[in-house]
Design a protein around this ligand. Structure first.
Ligand SMILES: [Zn+2]
Length: 444
């Protein structure tokens, strides 16, 4: 089955940054067969895009889907205060709530043009099984590609950690459960719809032993490694007190500065830290809205990109960025870069690249993130005849600068999962209703 998407402004995000103002994308059996302009290839089906912009599907590199259940809490708190208020609420999570939360969060992301979602789940109350399985099921039903992290916390308050003792786990149990989930769910190789990552939560909620043994496990199973890092000044002070060094020095000591690792936030990095990330190949998930919402600061993204660091974008959890809209995050990345470094700090196309190619690189995926022959057929189609794009002679810059927008059509592995701005495989109103019913269980 060959389907031709034609008559669109095709933004390939290939190495050369090629765009075809009147171009086409040929999709065959879930993969991109060809991209171009001019004479169209033969196809079984032809879809006229009517001048819409076509971009690679966006790639989200940091999230906590369960947090859609607890939005707009601790509204003016810093990170540690916010976490202390929310940990006891999150202790109520179970598979039913996780499923509803994931459906809502993934639906919202899909409608913002996101085809691949990384989720970092690290709250595992005792006796509540099936949490990762629930979010993977939600992703499969909606048709979104997911990289689900088996996160973890093992440093409770009584040992000097931030989370309450009832939310931390035993190291051996974490590692055994991670291996079990990998065996059950992880798909290796190009085109994978479900992958698993290993992700101990943060320097202030995880022991050295769990950090080290998580890395050993991930490297044995060839899985990517992820954690939170250098988000706030408070975290740095905590790290100095607990470990006697900065968060980045701590990571280096653990063998975590490496090409199979990416870290969320990285707001507070020195020039030396940026060099260490660049020389080791360590990646960064930039989450500008969450960092602004918690007053944490702004990551030095143009400096990171300039040094050659892999950088992707993340909406982060919905309790610290109440909106799971990745195109909005593309715009936000541009705005915070300019707020910090002036109008020349980042172009609209550079921001879009962070949300596509950058995200794919951060997740260690070379099968997604650009529109090129041989890549997964993951496409986002954006209408240009909407109110907010009128007068935008450059529709690509207009798309970013006037974001957010609801995606018109979203294709994942050749399957259309959004059409006409609506979910194809779920009823949006029903997803929202089911989510509200579960969220009521977490009311205080
Ligand atoms: Zn996070």
């Amino acid at each position: 089955m060959r389907r031709l998407y034609s008559g669109g402004w095709v933004v390939t995000c290939d190495d050369a940054g090629t765009e075809h103002p009147s171009g086409w994308v040929l999709v065959e059996d879930g993969w991109i067969a060809a991209v171009g302009a001019g004479e169209e290839p033969a196809a079984d089906e032809r879809v006229d895009l009517g001048g819409a912009v076509v971009t690679p599907g966006l790639v989200n590199t940091h999230h906590h889907l369960y947090q859609t259940l607890t939005r707009a809490r601790a509204q003016q708190a810093d990170l540690f205060t916010w976490l202390r208020e929310l940990y006891p609420v999150w202790a109520g999570i179970d598979a039913e709530a996780e499923y509803a939360a994931a459906r809502a969060g993934l639906a919202e992301l899909a409608l913002s043009g996101c085809t691949t979602v990384f989720d970092h789940h690290y709250v595992f109350p005792r006796g509540r099984d099936g949490l990762i399985e629930a979010e993977v099921q939600a992703a499969r039903e909606l048709g979104v590609r997911i990289v689900a992290a088996r996160g973890s916390m093992d440093l409770g308050a009584s040992d000097g950690g931030l989370p309450p003792d009832e939310l931390v786990e035993d190291v051996d149990a974490v590692l055994a459960d991670t291996e079990r989930i990998v065996a059950e769910l992880h798909e290796p190789g190009a085109g994978a719809l479900v992958q698993i990552a290993v992700a101990p939560c943060s320097p202030f909620s995880v022991t050295r032993r769990l950090m080290k043994e998580s890395a050993e496990l991930a490297r044995r199973l060839e899985l990517p490694l992820h954690t939170h890092l250098a988000e706030t000044h408070e975290e740095e002070a905590y790290c100095r007190e607990l470990h006697g060094c900065t968060p980045v020095e701590y990571l280096a000591d653990l063998g975590w500065l490496a090409g199979d690792v990416w870290c969320a936030h990285c707001v507070h990095l020195s020039e030396g830290d940026i060099d260490a990330f660049a020389s080791s190949g360590t990646g960064v998930a930039h989450c500008p809205t969450s960092n602004l919402r918690l007053g944490a600061g702004v990551a030095p993204v143009p400096d990171l990109v300039g040094a050659g660091v892999r950088v992707g974008l993340g909406v982060d959890g919905s309790a610290s960025n109440e909106r799971s809209d990745l195109l909005l995050e593309v715009k936000q990345a541009l705005l915070v870069a300019r707020g910090r470094g002036g109008p020349g700090a980042m172009t609209a196309r550079e921001a879009l690249r962070l949300g596509t190619r950058g995200g794919a690189a951060v997740l260690g995926r070379d099968d997604i993130g650009s529109l090129e022959a041989g890549k997964c057929a993951d496409l986002a189609v954006w209408r240009t005849d909407v109110l907010e794009l009128g007068g935008a002679e450059d529709p690509v810059a207009g798309l970013v600068l006037s974001a957010p927008h609801r995606v018109d059509r979203l294709v994942v592995g050749g399957e259309e999962i959004v059409r006409g701005g609506a979910l194809v495989q779920a009823d949006e109103a029903e997803v929202a209703r089911a989510h509200r019913a579960q969220a009521r269980r977490f009311a205080t």
